[in-house]
Design a binder for this molecule. Sequence first.
Ligand SMILES: O=C(O)[C@H](O)[C@@H](O)[C@H](O)[C@H](O)COP(=O)(O)O
Length: 261
Amino acid sequence: MSKVVNPPTVVVQSDADLLAKATAARIVTRLVDAQALRGTASVVLTGGGIGIAVLSELAKAPARDAIDWRRVDVWWGDERFLPAGDPERNETQARAALLDHVPVPAERVHVMPAPGGPDGDDPEAGARRYAEELRAAAGGGADAPPFDVCLLGVGPDAHVASLFPELPAMYETERTVVAVHGSPKPPPVRVSLTLPAIRGSREVWLLAAGESKADAVHLALGKAGPVQVPAAGARGRSRTLFLLDHAAASALPPGLYVPGH
Ligand SMILES: O=C(O)[C@H](O)[C@@H](O)[C@H](O)[C@H](O)COP(=O)(O)O
């Protein structure tokens, strides 16, 4: 079967606040539609400012209860390898922003490893265990489920999840989850989905707000390769959205998107 990847769609909001609200609304529709089609829905969460702001807006959105939270699987695109409960963990922030406020069953919240857990202090062992969890959820011999939506923040260096330019994880073609050492964004040790796992998603949504992201967004929509520009390699099987605010879209050539209000 030939693999056709649709070109990304760019959607621009006036500022970060509206971007977070509009993305939250979009998540409601996406997960409700997935449940109507397949019974369950799956979402991959991201850390970072805009990613957590989206979760806070989702918690506040009156329509959030249109989602049957008992049938949602929650995964992470990356995690900072810090002890459970650490305020800098993406998990801790996602729980405070959303997961503590909606009835997702604990067994459907697929937390990435933390030091001091079943893997000791070994992020590689944790990555292997998370990969097993993905394989078990996917069933049928697949390596990872086709996530309904994979949310990814974008860094100023065009990183997504904990996939940083030129680091060994960018060369991964087999594994779905890897440990990352030497992350330029603190903390240095992280666990991350790889591009092969991300690309198995039905939809990938890249979120960026602020002028510091403008060049990264420009490169990610150009012809750059994913080793240098990880965001250029993050694409969904059926759809890829770049959800931006005006500042993050400011380096894009005219004509790439329809200017909003
Ligand atoms: O653990 C993390 O920090 C991330 O998951 C990371 O990939 C983040 O999404 C980007 O760095 C964007 O973060 P900001 O929105 O805060 O710039």
